[in-house]
Design a protein around this ligand. Structure first.
Ligand code: MF3
Ligand code: CO
Length: 255
């Protein structure tokens, strides 16, 4: 069931989202040649705890079973799409594109966001996939309003990726967010009959997260059990915001 959040609940998510955005901003500023992903995770944890919030992903079990996620921050580099582990020996190098994905729990409510940062001088295609993926998210967000279906969001995202000769990841999706990191509905980033059936209402809160591949849409799960990568080893782009559906459109909560 898709839950509707009250004005008070959305206010809490707005505050949590603001903490999240400011942590991601500070962590982004620390993305430099030679920095390790573990350093970024450590910084994110410290900043979240000192804001009176808690990292949503730490010990979280996305499927409900197995081991919880061992960190606060997902750091996915180049062909890594999501859930990249912030390991000590994951050292950032010139030309890398880095996805920083973070969840914040504040007063029992979660928000979820991802930003991308380039390390030093990056290639033209790396620059393009970062820009186009961000534009996909922005164009999608413009479609979020009461009475619209999620397919309108999905179409806007998919069209923009295709116009730029990129492919949309099909096996990973956005989601509702609130009292847990992942709530219904699933939010596909490509047009699909199932998305037509989901009609937006004021008070819905969604984590919108287009994942765009330079090459094929196919993905693989790495042996670490967490990291998803592109099958062909080409680049991936991923940006994410948590939004609340308002009376006339939507509000980005993670800014
Ligand atoms: N932002 C991620 C998503 O929406 C959540 C990561 S949970 C983790 O899928 F446990 F894998 F970190
Ligand atoms: Co998410």
């Amino acid at each position: 069931m898709i839950t509707i959040k009250s004005k008070e609940e959305i206010e809490i998510m707005r505050q949590g989202g603001r903490i999240l955005a400011s942590v991601l901003q500070k962590v982004s500023e620390n993305v430099k040649i030679g920095t390790s992903a573990a350093d970024l995770d450590k910084l994110a944890r410290e900043l979240i705890f000192s804001s009176g919030a808690r990292p949503s992903f730490l010990n979280y079990k996305p499927g409900g079973a197995g081991e919880g996620y061992p960190a606060a921050l997902c750091v996915s580099v180049n062909d890594e799409i999501v859930h990249g582990l912030p390991l000590k020996d994951k050292i950032l190098r010139e030309g890398d594109i880095v996805k920083l994905d973070l969840g914040v729990e504040y007063k029992k409510l979660h928000t979820d966001a991802t930003v991308m940062v380039g390390v030093g001088k990056i290639s033209t295609v790396a620059e393009k996939i970062m820009r186009v993926t961000k534009e996909c998210l922005e164009l999608g967000i413009k479609k979020i309003k009461p009475g619209a279906s999620l397919n309108e969001y999905a179409l806007a995202v998919e069209d923009h990726a295709r116009e730029n000769e990129f492919e949309i990841v099909r096996d990973l999706v956005g989601h509702g967010v609130g009292y847990t990191v992942h709530e219904p509905p699933q939010v596909f980033n490509y047009a699909d009959r199932r998305m037509k059936e989901i009609i937006l209402q004021e008070g819905m809160t969604l984590a919108l997260e287009p994942m765009v591949n330079e090459g094929s849409f196919e993905i693989v799960l790495v042996e670490d059990g967490w990291t998803y990568k592109t099958r062909d080893g080409k680049l991936n782009g991923h940006w994410e915001h948590t939004v609340a559906v308002t009376k006339s459109g939507c509000e980005v909560l993670t800014k």
